[in-house]
Design a protein around this ligand. Structure first.
Ligand code: FE
Ligand code: FE
Length: 203
């Protein structure tokens, strides 16, 4: 089928593109995220090719200098929204989504959304958003405390694993005294409300 063919081609191109743009270590991470994203897509009935493409491209802008990312935001103000005022660790997802749309011919809004929010989550995440977020958090090379529990949970209850991952990330940022992105808090509160839990304190 022609549509499938086009997506497969794009996955191959995406892999070559990121191989050229990323360090070996981050390229390996990217392939691990792809494998995990495909497994989660198959588990939850999402399109595995979309999951693969989103995963392959999610960190494509991660090794750009910060000035280059800020320039991308200035050149694409509508897509970038308030990116420049958000904590710099979240910039690379937004920059990658913009480059996908402007330079790389990836136009599927579901894929762009998943790439854009992969570091932080957001309220009302789609299945693909959740899959990429968790695939990035639990890819094979991750070894932080608690990752094994998340790997188990994500195959049983994706939303619960996502909530726990977001809570851990909020606790980690607070512990370090870093800047907490409002979207992470929004994602966490959204999931907690869905489960009838009290919302996180806003800070
Ligand atoms: Fe990332
Ligand atoms: Fe990543």
């Amino acid at each position: 089928i022609k549509g499938k063919e086009a997506i497969r081609m794009t996955c191959e191109q995406a892999q070559a593109l990121v191989k050229a743009r990323l360090s070996h270590k981050r390229y390996k991470h990217t392939l691990n995220v792809k494998n995990k994203a495909v497994a989660l897509a198959e588990r939850y009935g999402a399109d595995p090719e979309k999951a693969a493409l989103a995963a392959l491209l999610h960190d494509a802008a991660k090794e750009l200098p910060r000035d280059a990312m800020l320039q991308i935001f200035r050149d694409n103000a509508i897509m970038a929204k308030n990116a420049a005022s958000r904590p710099s660790p979240v910039w690379h997802g937004i920059a990658a989504a913009i480059l996908c749309a402007t330079d790389w011919g990836v136009t599927d809004p579901a894929i762009l959304s998943a790439i854009e929010c992969h570091t932080t989550g957001k309220a009302n995440m789609s299945l693909l958003d959740k899959i990429l977020y968790m695939a990035d958090a639990t890819s094979a090379e991750r070894d932080y405390p608690g990752v094994e529990t998340l790997r188990r949970e994500e195959m049983q209850d994706l939303d619960l694993a996502l909530l726990h991952s977001l809570e851990q990330s909020i606790a980690f940022v607070r512990e370090k005294g870093g800047a907490l992105d409002p979207e992470t808090l929004a994602a966490c509160n959204w999931l907690r409300a869905q489960r009838g839990l009290a919302t996180e304190e806003k800070t």
